[in-house]
Write a protein of this length. Sequence first.
Length: 291
Amino acid sequence: MNHHSTQSRRRGCRTALRLCAALSLICTGAVQAQTTFDVIGPHEYDLPVDFEPFNVFVQYGSYQNNARVFDSQGDRADGSDNKVISGLSKYVRFWTPESNRNIGLAWEVIVPEVGIRNRNAVNEDDRSISGIGDPLTGFAVWYKPSKNLTLGFQSFLQIPVGTDRVSDTNWKNLSSVFWDWKMSEKANWTGDAGLVWQSERDNGIKPGLSWHTNNRFSYRVSEHLEPFIAIDGDYSDANDGLPSGWVVDGGPGLMFHTFSNQSIAVRYSTSLAGKNHSVNNGVYLKYAYVF
């Protein structure tokens, strides 16, 4: 391996700790919960080009308290009061095609884990539900028009083969554009914007299209610490008796740059405004390892 390839791989190991995340939607009645791709962290799309192939494992985790919801008037009301503990285990393979070393490619396999707790449920069997969610697989492609800017596209297929009690029972396609802009030596903006298409569920309902955007604004204050602000937005069309809904979430976080091939990010998020959507009150964790 030449010196240039070694440097490229090292850059890849540092930046590849942050590739795109995935989605797990849990619907409660007519109120949508979770915001698409809200698990991403700072530098999520700060990706290399012209590098040697490598692998990444990422574990996401979140805790969400659905005590409040936005009703059809946009006011806050009592929710289901269930607690959702979820995880996403992700394996990613990165490579650069020999035909064009200025392009980066990745293929991902993502397995969701879901646990729902609701002590107030009338049916005892509904007080504790857990299982493996619908897995996702898909690709990402990107290029760098300048050394401080990354632009790309990603698309995932979610397959309805998860555990019965937590599966959404329908196929989904999640496609979006993404970007990462190093605004200065310390300031960075990473984000995405896209849509989710869903097929008909087993109950005969076909959810409408939904659009989303996720943004992380970070500032590197030291070698190991990088605080950030997260802003997420989600809008869903009305369809098959399901009303339209939207939400805007925000909150602070902190990224820990530990070893050169590992990182940890923690974040709190709450909803700022919305309609026909759960009020976000969640804590998020992300651990990434390059090998």
